[in-house]
Design a protein around this ligand. Sequence first.
Ligand code: 3H9
Length: 674
Amino acid sequence: MTERVTGEVQAMAEAIHYDVTDGVAVLSICHPPVNALAWPVRDGLLRALTQAEVDPEVGAILVAGEGSTFPAGADIAEFDAAPKDPWVPELCTRLENCAKPVVAELHGTVLGGGFELALACHYRVALRATRVGLPEVKLGLIPGAGGTQRTPRMVGVKVALDMILSGRILPIDRPPYSTFADLLVAAPNDLRSAALSFCHDVMAKGPRPSRDRQEGFADPVATQTELRSRAEEASEGPENAPREAVAAVEAAFLLPFEAGCAFEEAAFAELVASDQSKALRYAFFAERRAAKVPLTAAAPLPRIGALAVLGAGALASQLVVAALDAGLTVRWGIADEAIRDAARAEVEDSLEDAVSDGALSRDVASASLARLTCGATPLMIRDADLVLDASRGSRAETAPDGALRATAPGETVAGVGLRFARPAHLSRLVEVLEAPQAKADQLPLALALVKRLGKVPVHVRSDGVTVGGKMTRALHRAADALVDLGASPYDIDAVLSDWGLELPPFLQRDATGLKGVGTEERPGGGRDWAAVIAQAGRSGRAAGRGFYNYRGDAGAPVADPLVLEMIERARGDAPGLAKQAIVPLMLGALANEGVRLVDRGIVARASDIDVVIMLGHQFPRWRGGPMKAAELHGLFRVIRAMEAIDHPDRAFWAPEPWLKAMVRDGVGIETLSA
Ligand code: 3H9
């Protein structure tokens, strides 16, 4: 007979549902969309746990998540304030110390603090499709609720560090991650009954805290070797979280559990207050904000099942691969039959390579190919929900009215154009250009497609201007001005590379090629140094010489005294520039340009600019994009640096009023929106 007692503890009414079934207290977390462990959840869970502990009818406790997932982590939005009790580690300790067995019922994406909560429970019953992970490092953090201590105890230092340092989301039904589950359940409909029956089985066994487990440390010599090599690797990068993660896992190996947790807690507290973590948390929300484009039509985004791609070039084939990866049916329109066959063969080869590399299973690759049809364009267009024209050069003649255009650099659009960052199948960024003449249904279609491809759309109101193009030109203009003021291109590149730019401006220009045509004078004042260098017959990396010389060993870039001589001759006397001024000036120039883009309504928010530059232009994510980086550097310092220089391009360097207002009002870059 089933005895059913239902009740709700007052303060947890909304976030936790409490239900006793056959002697098992079920604590269901209800905090959409991802059941993040926000304060109402933590407070409610603790109260529900206390109630279940004292209830004589309850023999075991089941913690579950309602809706799409068990908690996907702590609430990232809460990290800007001091933690409010009960904090996640305390909750985990209370769960683990419970005298009655506590079982976690897992489904969805069990991440970060959610995964740590699950590890603090005594047992775990999981749906096979559950995915787990410790993605804190992507937010500049380490797991802060015992994850660095319990994980290695269960699966060893190597697997734990793989999880913590990569932040990857992993399948719980595959070894070694299956170690985390005591029972795997195939069908969603069977999960609850299996979990309840598991609870009855363990009532007699009692709690089994994972802090007591030691199987992960069974081989101390291998553990020590692994820790040493990971510490070395982590010390090489610019980010702090990986170093702290290795140290915390080492603490798990060397220290008693409580001391290890104290180490973890202190490291987490330091990281959460760091600029790196602030920038990475900002990046997390900025990407999601960018994807929210207010539409004039209230209708939901259209569903796209079949996509026609037109064109036979590299972009078209990358888009075909991206669409297949996303599970779309693809109809590839190429007029010429021979080219069509070769293009299909190329996609087949790339899928085959992915299978050989282990990146794709044979089944998935075969299913992808089965969804691909190649044929004459009119035929391919006929049954498609949407047409994406990626033909090279001008628009495909056969592209129907209203087709979306995958644009190339410099191309203008009359409707909506999608500027995919390259390579389009790997990159996550798409600038969605909306020209004034765009039809009403084109923007929703474009957004639906980009989201369906699993990419981040950034809405840009323009018929050709891209955020990436504008900001890159501003960076080059600023870098040239710094040379005008007396800095050498090599010093500028070295300072910016130390600061975190993977491809600093002069190396970047060499890589794309220098153009010798046009004037050496910039319209606003100052020189275009790329033009000066190119006119001396040095057209960039491909030619072996540009700002740098590439003709030595292995084509590595080498500073060239001839270039410095050339610059000094052309420049004459310069006021000179301290190296410390390079970063604030570069950030000032970029922030100024970003403000102009928002001011002109080209993008809706400053954070959209950061998303473009982080996802599409190799800007270090742990700096948060140029706008956030300027804020973190200190807008006041940045403005002062701009005002301190005397450069003829005054309009470019004059701090935008909006920047000054932000300093005056003490507000952040997030407030900057059109
Ligand atoms: C942590 O746990 C620290 C602990 O070790 C220790 C503490 C002491 N918080 O991505 P989506 C929101 S650190 C707050 O579009 P999907 C998100 O902003 C955390 N909000 O959906 C969005 O809101 P909106 C470790 C969160 O299906 C909505 O949920 N965990 C959080 O494509 C939907 O998100 C992580 O880092 C959160 N933790 O992907 C996991 N998560 O609708 C981060 C999501 O207003 N999350 N939101 O725009 C993810 O990776 C993905 O969101 C997930 C779902 C895979 C879960």
